[in-house]
Design a protein around this ligand. Sequence first.
Ligand code: SAM
Length: 247
Amino acid sequence: MPSDASVPDRITALVESLYRRSPLRRDQVAIPGTATTLEIVRPVDIDALLDQVVDDPEQNLPYWAELWPSGIALATAIAHAPAQVRGLPVLELGSGLGITAAIALAAGADLIATDYAPESLLLTRANCLHHTGREPRTLRINWRDGGESVLAEAPGGFPVVLAADVLYERRDIEPLLALVDRIVAPGGMLWLAEPGRPPAATFLAEASRRGWTASTDRHDGPWPDPGDAGVVVAVHRLRRERSADRS
Ligand SMILES: C[S@@+](CC[C@H](N)C(=O)[O-])C[C@H]1O[C@@H](n2cnc3c(N)ncnc32)[C@H](O)[C@@H]1O
């Protein structure tokens, strides 16, 4: 599909390429505290996706396919402070369905969305196109692999890195600490949204020990899935030390 094709044609091409693998649905997702509602395309059948990865030795589960309160809370935080991303190179880790990405793009971020699932990157592009008429650049990365391809995009690091609900497995704490130490520019910000899972608490304690400072606000929805009622998401704005040595 040429990049000068109309936005609806580009969305259709992206969605059709995924639909061949997985039936899709459209959900209306309200961003709490704003007047914005996103139309989000996502897979219908998460169980079928789980069946497809049952033999994956790394057990990389299809969490990209779901609506998570953290991604929505991070979108709200960005919508309330668009000047903090506008015109800046911004990288998102674990973009999922692209809800945070769509709001960051609408706020004027020069965004690169990353995930290890190609389906996530396709849907992030489609959902961003639908909301803004533009796509972010996307990069397929596994954050356990060191982040060389991310650094190649911004050798001095990114002034803003976004991450929503990426700390749910203990094995990811150390790789993510190492990665953000490399890819957030000195003095830059990591916006981390998390719903209180223990690996996130360990990550935050270690980041503080390494000199990152944080301010936090909390979001309580409402969330699209009634099963998430009562979930409180903390959005931490973590600043990397200005004087930190880059390794
Ligand atoms: C719980 S989902 C959150 C998605 C989105 N940020 C949100 O809040 O809606 C975690 C996301 O991280 C991605 N992910 C998990 N492990 C990863 C890894 N090692 N490298 C890159 N992406 C990963 C998943 O594919 C998924 O999109």
